[in-house]
Design a protein around this ligand. Sequence first.
Ligand code: SAH
Ligand code: SF4
Ligand code: F3S
Length: 439
Amino acid sequence: MKKVFIRTFGCQMNEYDSERMLALLKGEYIPCQEPKEADLILVNTCSVRKKAEEKVYGLVGRLKHLKKVRPELIIGVCGCVAQQEGERLLKRLPHVDLVLGPQAVYRLREALAKISRGEGPLVDINFQKDFRQPLIFPELDGDRPVKAFVTIMQGCDNFCAYCVVPYTRGREVSRPPEDILAEVECLVKQGVREVTLLGQNVNSYGRKERGFPSFAELLREVASISGLWRVRFTTSHPKDLDENLMRCFAEVPEVCEHLHLPVQAGSNRILKRMHRRYTREEYLSKVEKLRKFCPEIALTTDIIVGFPGETEEDFKETLRLLEEVRFDEIFSFKYSDRPLARSTNFEDKIPEEEKARRLAKVHEIQERITREINESYLGKVVEVLVEGKSPGNPELWTGRTRTNHVVNFSGPENLKGKLVHVLIEGCGLHSLRGRITNN
Ligand code: SAH
Ligand code: SF4
Ligand code: F3S
């Protein structure tokens, strides 16, 4: 059997695609841990920020010496940098054999067959018209995971001014509901208890396809699959978050009380320049409504600091919004110019040092809020789905609360895959600690 080494950058959709590629290769390749052992190396790339893209060039560049020693080694670059660069990537990295865009990863076997017939190097960055890839049912072996991702749509139609994703992932296409349900059922049969439905903007699921359910309807159908205990989803665009979806948090027991709702900025002027199509007030009123339906819901968000033209006053509006909403956790980034993204041509760019200062300020404020929220768990008993032993301490088990907080805790053997109750006795910035209780 030949060996494949795969390295994944970027978002959960890339992780999902990497798993699918491994599933496609099954029977011919087995995964290995070191590039130097591999017959096939796949790098699944992200281009959302410049730094992510640079990492790819660094890593793939360093593989050149392996190819010198073993010319039969096949090196493939997949994902968003592959889509963005296409043929240019082969010019810059001539030792690469294969360039596959995110919607072409399902054609990996055909591509490899062509390369072995001597038809490489090969570039496939064609988009699909629909999302009817061959169903590749994941066969989970060995140490079976308790949770899994399921992609329900590809691409994005929103064209936020800073973002490369609509160019790398193409137009929004929703996956047929029967395929999604079949995949989740297959995962559940193999012991998966929690799924996260993935898309760049899941709230607009099915809007373009005739006869498809809405996202809220799909969510209810997925949640009704017997043996599935928890359902999550990401990402939601605030402009498309409606009452039907909010109701699911209150009415569907399997839907976990956590929502990732990227706000990006707190100032209306900047939101407008970002082409986000909601105002600060609209965002806040959706949060308020959501909390009426589900008071215990945990919220997380993404923030960009230093978008072109962001003044000190605009930035302070972002800080005020953090205080007002009190997110459980945030992911914050310095604005980065991306090829094709509209804001790359905007004037009044913010200097690097200023972006760094703003980012540090955001971190400082959010750290305090996250600590305060984590401390509010002390003395409480929470439901945890046990994922396995804690990577940092094999004496402890690890899992997540319904609100998506990591909990490390002590307890008896054989807890993996079980739902347990844990008394919270301590907390850090990134996790809670506790011990299993009998109630
Ligand atoms: N579809 C999702 C996620 C997109 S990428 C959404 O709409 O939220 C994940 C995050 O990366 C974004 O939410 C944004 O905060 C950040 N991001 C995207 N482009 C960026 C850029 N050019 N510079 C800095 N951060 C960026
Ligand atoms: Fe990018 Fe905006 Fe689409 Fe998210 S919604 S992927 S930020 S264009
Ligand atoms: Fe990155 Fe592409 Fe995901 S740019 S964040 S891997 S959609």
